[in-house]
Ligand binder design. Structure first.
Ligand code: SAH
Ligand code: SF4
Ligand code: F3S
Length: 468
């Protein structure tokens, strides 16, 4: 069935090409949200490129602008509305300009209705379950504009679920030397605050053969580093015919010839096995960085969040990871102001940060998401109390993170040079433990692996120099 769908979608790419080939059209995809959305955007850009668009990085100039949205927190939605609002005049002046919106936020009916009502110039809407159908939907839009002269106003198709995921779509990769690889889709954890299971659907793992094949192909095309992607990579393998754990898969990927390094994201603490710790410890091609979202340090709040671990269990796990994996860094996500969080719960979180010695913390203020279990809970704290907690959280994470970073000043580490720095003549490199090093160098070094002396700690990055 999948092969048949793939052929149909390819035929739409050809049809679009026929309509637009002489028109010199440009396109851009604006991505919000997580690594999974970034990966989807590479597929969307690949389709646009193959259809005959030139890819540019300017939503004001582009003939086709596609917003790939996130809805994990309310402010992600607000940002989207700001951006599409700014394009209104461009659309009035150029009736052939196409604005499309896809991604997680489009799985929410209220948001789609709001866009239909308030942003009439948006011409194409689709969701996460029919990303594979983008060539077809784009064709309908293009046909309407360039052949029918704008008779129809919109193409909208959002599905509640789907089994179809096309993997062999053309891709437009942002970096030639590193790539994300989906190992699973969706999420079954239903943390009580989180909308992801509702907008991304049930958890499905890809077969290991498909994943290994994709990584081998990437490596033969010059990729040095891959990041294995899933909302909860530690539960990889559930529901597959083969008997495989995430640790098995990680080992197999790491052992692919020619691959320099493998990263993964995200690990849920409840499923982090001893087998996985052993696997990372024993295979130097697996990056020394683990993203392990804590969310809260209070057992009461963790239980209300449906996270399925306690503070003690989390701290034991961090201890095991740090004792076994040399120079490992641990980053985390924390939510402040969950409805049932009081001052003493928050203090448990702070205690956990000191005890875990997090290298980096991503901090969020709780945002109520429609349809989630937590959305029915009244908050026991005032906005003022929550904002005070948030400020304290930022101070503590900075203090703890800087101490972690400072311990390596003066040492030499290997890193992959990723991009030009904002300061001319400087580049940025990423170490195995995910820390960034800024150094002086020529941009021809981008994509190469080099040794760096960490000269100075600047909080959450280093100033360094090339060491041979
Ligand atoms: N699957 C990943 C998280 C994906 S969402 C995991 O479980 O770790 C990324 C982060 O956004 C979460 O870790 C959480 O800290 C934050 N987040 C999710 N829903 C949120 C909400 N409703 N309000 C505030 N932060 C939220
Ligand atoms: Fe959301 Fe929890 Fe799933 Fe992460 S594990 S995506 S926080 S429901
Ligand atoms: Fe956002 Fe969707 Fe990712 S809601 S965090 S883009 S899975």
């Amino acid at each position: 069935m999948i092969d048949g769908i793939a052929k149909i979608e390819e035929s739409y790419i050809d049809k679009i090409y026929e309509i637009i080939k002489d028109k010199n059209l440009t396109a851009t995809v604006v991505t919000f949200g997580c690594q999974m959305n970034a990966k989807d955007s590479e597929k969307l850009l690949g389709i646009l490129e193959k259809s005959g668009y030139s890819i540019i990085d300017d939503e004001n100039k582009a003939d086709f602008v596609l917003f790939n949205t996130c809805t994990v927190r309310e402010n992600a939605n607000q940002r989207l509305y700001g951006r599409i609002g700014q394009l209104k005049n461009d659309c009035i002046n150029n009736k052939n300009k196409i604005i499309g919106i896809c991604g997680c936020m489009m799985q929410e009916k209220d948001e789609v209705d709001y866009i239909k009502d308030k942003y009439k110039y948006v011409k194409l809407i689709f969701g996460t379950h029919n990303l594979y159908d983008f060539p077809h939907l784009l064709y309908e839009t293009i046909y309407d504009i360039y052949v029918n002269n704008n008779e129809k106003t919109k193409t909208i198709e959002v599905l509640d679920s789907s089994d179809v995921i096309l993997e062999d779509l053309p891709q437009h990769r942002k970096y030639p030397f590193k790539a994300g690889v989906n190992i699973m889709y969706g999420c079954d954890n239903f943390c009580s605050y989180c909308i992801v299971p509702y907008v991304r659907g049930r958890e499905r793992s890809r077969s290991s053969a498909e994943i290994i094949n994709e990584v081998k192909n990437l490596v033969s095309n010059g990729v040095k580093e891959v990041m294995l992607l899933g909302q909860n990579v530690n539960s990889y393998g559930k529901g597959l015919d083969e008997n495989i754990t995430f640790a098995n898969l990680l080992n197999q990927v790491a052992n692919i010839d020619g691959l320099y390094q493998v990263r993964f994201m995200t690990s849920h603490p409840k499923d982090f096995s001893d087998e996985l710790i052993e696997c990372i410890k024993n295979n130097k091609k697996i990056a020394r960085h683990i993203h392990l979202p804590l969310q809260s340090g209070s057992d009461k709040v963790l239980s209300d969040m449906n996270r399925k671990y306690t503070k003690e269990k989390y701290l034991d796990l961090v201890g095991k990871i740090r004792n076994n994996i040399e120079n490992v860094s641990i980053s985390t996500d924390i939510i402040v102001g969950f409805p049932t969080e009081d001052e003493s719960d928050f203090n448990e979180t702070i205690d956990c940060i000191y005890k875990s010695k997090f290298d980096q913390v991503f901090t969020f203020i709780y945002s109520k998401r429609t349809g989630t279990k937590a959305s029915t809970l009244p908050s026991i704290s005032t906005d003022e109390e929550i904002s005070k907690r948030f400020d304290e959280l930022l101070n503590v994470t900075k203090e703890v993170g800087t101490k972690q970073y400072e311990q390596y000043v003066g040492s030499i580490f290997e890193g992959l040079v990723e991009e030009e720095d904002s300061v001319p003549g400087f580049l940025t490199s990423r170490l195995s433990n995910n820390a960034l090093v800024h150094f002086k160098g020529d941009k021809s070094l981008i994509g190469s692996v080099m040794n760096f002396k960490l000269d100075e700690c600047k909080g959450f990055y280093y100033n360094g120099s090339v060491a041979n």
